[in-house]
Write a protein that binds this ligand. Structure first.
Ligand code: BDP
Length: 715
């Protein structure tokens, strides 16, 4: 007692307490300011005083027709945004003649055939947003708000816009128990247990964010679906979501289980040619549309990774898709039929499989079916060539499926701006028609006149306070929507918008952040899968490197299948002398991909197996270049970390520190990838890591011994 009394009175105690307080204060300060919840809709006071005064002049009195649900959400958005941006209240007036901002339907506008477009014009100081449909007015309003958030003049607006793609979708891989397959940002935002009665604020904010970037369709449930979603109880829950999303122009679609007739109602089969099965789907469609008159349709993963499908009855994909399409057709619904399939037998090398199953079916799909194709021929790897399906099915609507969630790009702790990757794919020229037959033109229907055009992203959204786990993950949600709206926009321009709206208006800081974003995906390619390598991740959870894995159930699940490293060299020979995957591309590309001298370095080992001492364009050996790529990737992350730390006072503490902590993880994990991969490949190349490169901290056995039973997002 006596002892502790003296201790409490001692200076030591005071010092400890004061250190503790400082520490506690420092930590609390780290979490002040924006936490990321508001995404790019922060609506902060416009700090340029003159600009603010101009905006205020234009926007002080608003005329808006609030008779529709969408009109009401526009009003709510303006009530939230304008006072915050302008620092002053705005007045809504019922008299058009008194308004300085007029937001009104113009039935004869004809800016686009989809009726989602808008026009914004400034005339004699008056700003007029017009559209043929309320949702166009909503998009126009968000456009105007974006102009203000990015500090642009409103003095001479003359904007006309309409989306290039009809269905601009988010696909959530969320299960009914809220687990999110390949989700790294907490649980699913959809709380099925509490629906339909409990309607969280998050659903509304999610809808606002989507509408602000033009997303007009969401699939709230995993492609590895659950038949229960079509049961009456769950359809009522879906109805509640659809009712919330409707005023924001967002339709709900559902991933369905092809075996639902058997699972839900005990039918003896789910054969698409069985009349009872067809009737079951027709009745189900009627039941759904009774509850949700604007229901979007079905997303289907069939005969892939164990999912049921028409193949179970010896039927082809078109027969399954068309059966569903016919059930939805009377109500205007669509079928999104995924091309991500594994063939029953492994006769085909993995990258050949989707093409070999689908191309023979070109022209056989109903007009309300789109075949949804992943961007590359394998599976969302850090870099893949574009899928050869694009351009090869001119009589079929083909949808683009990008992955926004970073399953293969470092989960939610690696900073990877995917705008550059999406653009790389969209701008790729398939050369299947005249020059300029880009992937973008395939999916927007301009090459083939496809009746249905779709771009979908596998969502990276969860219950994390900042929605996406990583603050920069928000940029990937943002860019997906913006490119689906207009794929001609540049990745850099979109990054600039996002930075201004989300992080800072400081011109120098913004320039640095955008530059860092633009390089970020390539950094990851370099420290994970450089020079066309792919599928090197560890099994199941896909967290971290596992190039050595060679013992899985199917040969094409193993990383060794893809890199083929041996004493003679590395890479998968997909030329006409190898698996002949090149034959699925247009002759222009065949000539390039068949020849290692012509194949771009960044796809070299995708198409070729080359000796370790192969002489690269740079004059260096393949081994040395491989090592350099791995090291440059990891070094670039350290540089990115330093660049970020230098921005400390330019970014709100909470956002700044979230990114700071994630970057510290990324630095460690980039080195982990680098060292594990190089040590493993070295067992074949038998070549040293040249002097001057930091030597790996651990042995290969150490990296091979690491296990992660609780890594998030497992399938
Ligand atoms: C793979 C994922 C798996 C998905 C599958 C798909 O690992 O979880 O179910 O894609 O797209 O990349 O269906």
């Amino acid at each position: 007692m006596k002892q502790s009394f003296s201790f409490f009175r001692s200076g030591v105690f005071a010092v400890i307490i004061s250190l503790f307080m400082q520490q506690a204060q420092a930590n609390l300060a780290d979490f002040q300011g924006e936490d990321g919840y508001r995404l790019w809709l922060k609506y902060e006071l416009v700090d340029n005083v003159q600009l603010r005064a101009n905006y205020t002049k234009h926007l002080s009195t608003v005329y808006l027709d609030t008779s529709s649900g969408t009109g009401k959400v526009i009003q709510q958005e303006l009530q939230l945004a304008l006072p915050a941006l302008l620092g002053t209240e705005v007045r809504f007036t019922a008299k058009r003649s008194q308004a300085s901002l007029v937001i009104a339907l113009t039935p004869t506008l004809k800016v686009d055939p989809l009726n989602e477009g808008f026009a914004i014009k400034t005339q004699q100081g008056l700003i007029r947003i017009s559209a043929e449909n309320p949702v166009g007015l909503l998009y126009g309003t968000f456009h105007l708000l974006r102009l203000m958030q990015t500090e642009q003049s409103l003095a001479k607006l003359d904007v006309e816009q309409s989306p290039k793609i009809q269905l601009r979708m988010l696909n959530h891989w969320d299960d009914l128990d809220r687990h999110t397959e390949r989700g790294f940002a907490g649980e699913s935002i959809f709380d099925w247990h509490k629906l339909p009665d409990y309607k969280e604020q998050r659903y509304y904010d999610y809808a606002r964010a989507n509408a602000s970037i033009g997303i007009n369709g969401v699939v709230p449930i995993n492609v590895n679906s659950n038949a229960l979603i079509l049961s009456p109880a769950y359809l009522h829950k879906v109805q509640a979501l659809a009712d919330i999303f409707r005023p924001y122009g967002i339709k709900v679609y559902l991933s369905i289980k092809f075996s639902s007739p058997q699972q839900l109602d005990g039918l003896p089969t789910s054969d698409p040619l069985d009349p009872d099965v067809q009737l079951w789907w027709q009745n189900k469609a009627a039941e759904i549309y009774q509850l949700i008159p604007d229901f979007g349709g079905f997303l289907v993963k069939a005969n892939s990774e164990g999912q049921p499908g028409p193949g179970d009855y010896g039927r082809t994909h078109d027969l399954g898709a068309n059966m569903l399409a016919k059930a939805l057709k009377p109500y205007g619904g669509n079928v999104l039929w995924r091309a991500f399939v594994y063939a029953h037998d492994s006769e085909y090398e993995r990258s050949l499989q989707a093409y070999s199953e689908f191309v023979p079916l070109d022209g056989k799909f109903d007009s309300n079916v789109s075949v949804q194709v992943k961007n590359g021929p394998i599976d969302f790897q850090p870099r893949e060539p574009f899928s050869p399906l694009f351009g090869a099915m001119p009589k079929t609507s083909l949808a683009m499926e990008f992955q926004v969630t970073q399953e293969y790009l470092g989960f939610s702790t690696h900073l990877a701006y995917l705008g550059t990757m999406y653009k790389e794919v969209l701008d790729a020229d398939t050369h299947t028609q005249d020059k300029g037959s880009t992937v973008a033109k395939v999916i927007d229907g301009s090459l083939s006149k496809a009746p249905l055009t779709v771009m979908a992203g596998v969502a990276n959204i969860g219950t994390d306070r900042n929605w996406t786990g990583h603050i920069f993950g928000q940029a990937n949600w943002y860019v997906l929507g913006r490119l689906a709206w207009d794929h001609n926009l540049g990745a850099e321009q979109i990054a600039q918008e996002w930075v201004a709206m989300t992080l800072t208006h400081d011109a120098k800081a913004s320039e640095k952040i955008v530059a860092l974003m633009m390089r970020s995906r390539e950094n990851i390619v370099n420290y994970m899968t450089p020079l066309g390598l792919h599928h090197l991740m560890d099994t199941g959870h896909h967290y971290g490197p596992g190039p050595w894995v060679d013992n899985l159930g199917r040969a094409d699940w193993n990383p060794t299948y893809y890199h083929r490293a041996d004493e003679n060299g590395i890479g998968l020979d997909r030329t006409s002398k190898g698996t002949n995957a090149v034959s699925q591309y247009a002759p222009y590309w065949q000539a390039i991909f068949n020849d290692p001298q012509k194949t771009p370095d960044n796809l070299l080992l995708w198409f070729h197996h080359l000796p370790w001492d192969y002489k690269m364009r740079s004059g260096k050996t393949l081994w040395l270049e491989l090592v350099e790529h791995y090291y440059s990737g990891a070094a670039a992350v350290e540089a990115m970390q330093n660049q970020w730390l230098a921005l400390k006072n330019k970014i709100e503490p909470n956002q700044f520190n979230q990114v700071r902590m994630a970057l510290a993880i990324q630095v460690k994990e980039a080195k982990w990838w680098r060292d594990a991969c190089i040590l493993y490949f070295q067992t074949y190349s038998k070549l040293p890591i040249p002097k001057g490169f930091e030597q790996p901290k651990h042995s290969l056995e150490y990296y091979q011994s690491l296990t992660f039973p609780y890594a998030p997002g497992q399938g």
